[in-house]
Write a protein that binds this ligand. Structure first.
Ligand code: C5P
Length: 307
């Protein structure tokens, strides 16, 4: 993630992510869950801009959604992850939170695509540059973990296996460019609600066991370009819980599984599902076909170049 200067303003593009593998290892005393997840940033972006204000002690946040059917986000809300990140950095560096933030949202919200976390990472990168703080990425990642579990991943750049509650990021170099179709139904899900449901399902028993080395198998197959092999190892442990809360997820998962992708699964805590195509052309072909029958949004997107 990089900040670009436009006159006195600065801008950052904040990518979405897909979870190509997500195992929940257990609940933790702090209310979070230990995870093992392979995340890949993809080329669907929110855009965050910072413009200086004459009064260096004032700030504001303006949000515009560029897509339909989204939960509305309140301008200037202090709980917004952009402002929380900026405040965290300002406090750490001993400067006043200042400037006008403008956020253009293209990443569907509450879909498991990481938009809010990516915006939070973007705010750290943006303010770090605009305020002349110049913290190294490692320092920003420490601040990021306080803001949200997925925020450090977006700062690290590229594909990574994330562990702990998500904040322990091990970069995964050497993956080829990957081509996806993402299907997002007209439904959204809250992450805490899905984790609560996962707990209930686990207590009720019957959770299938999965191999301990699943994530490294997925990575190995991706590195060798053996996309067909990936499908045997892909898992999203939250899929059953998300489907229990919002049954449409199960229908989308099964719909995507029938389309001829090398692999497919739900992303994060849902509701969006991805399919891994064999090439960019294959992705365009399948996206075109899916658009004819799928009720919801369909995106044809590839992984970011650093992935
Ligand atoms: O860290 P973040 O704010 O994105 O997490 C949102 C919510 O998702 C948490 O409050 C928690 O309920 C749930 N969560 C979890 N375990 C994780 C990550 C998130 O239970 N590893």
């Amino acid at each position: 993630m990089y900040a670009f200067r436009h006159g006195s303003a600065w801008e950052v593009l904040a990518p979405a992510k897909l979870n190509l593998y997500l195992d929940v290892l257990g609940s933790r005393a702090d209310g979070f869950h230990d995870l093992e997840s392979l995340l890949v940033p993809v080329r669907l972006y929110d855009r965050l801009r910072w413009v200086p204000q004459p009064d260096r002690s004032r700030y504001s946040l303006r949000i515009r959604s560029l897509i339909a059917n989204q939960p509305s986000l309140e301008n200037d809300h202090p709980d917004n992850l952009v402002l929380r990140s900026a405040k965290r950095l300002a406090d750490s560096a001993g400067v006043a939170l200042n400037g006008t933030f403008q956020l253009w949202k293209r990443i569907p919200m509450q879909a498991g695509l990481g938009g809010g976390s990516s915006d939070a990472a973007a705010a750290l990168v943006l303010c770090n540059a605009a305020w002349g703080i110049h913290y190294p990425v490692q320092r920003l990642m420490e601040l990021a973990a306080d803001v949200g579990s997925d925020v450090p991943f977006f700062l690290a750049g590229g594909a990574a296996v994330c562990r702990g509650r998500g904040e322990i990021v091990e970069k995964t170099p050497g993956l080829p460019r990957l081509h996806f179709v993402v299907a997002k139904p007209d439904a959204s899900l809250s992450t805490p609600v899905v984790f609560e449901q996962w707990k209930k399902l686990r207590q009720a028993g019957g959770e299938a066991s999965i191999p301990a080395d699943g994530v490294s198998r997925v990575i190995q197959h991706l590195r060798h370009g053996n996309l067909a092999g990936v499908g045997n190892w892909v898992v999203n442990r939250l899929q059953a819980a998300a489907s229990a809360v919002s049954p449409i997820v199960d229908r989308v998962v099964h719909f995507m599984a029938r389309q001829g992708f090398a692999a497919s699964a739900m992303s994060g805590s849902g509701t969006a599902c991805w399919g891994l195509a064999r090439s960019a052309k294959h992705a365009r072909f399948l996206a075109g076909r899916i658009k004819k029958s799928f009720v919801g949004d369909v995106y044809c997107i590839s992984s970011c170049s650093a992935a």
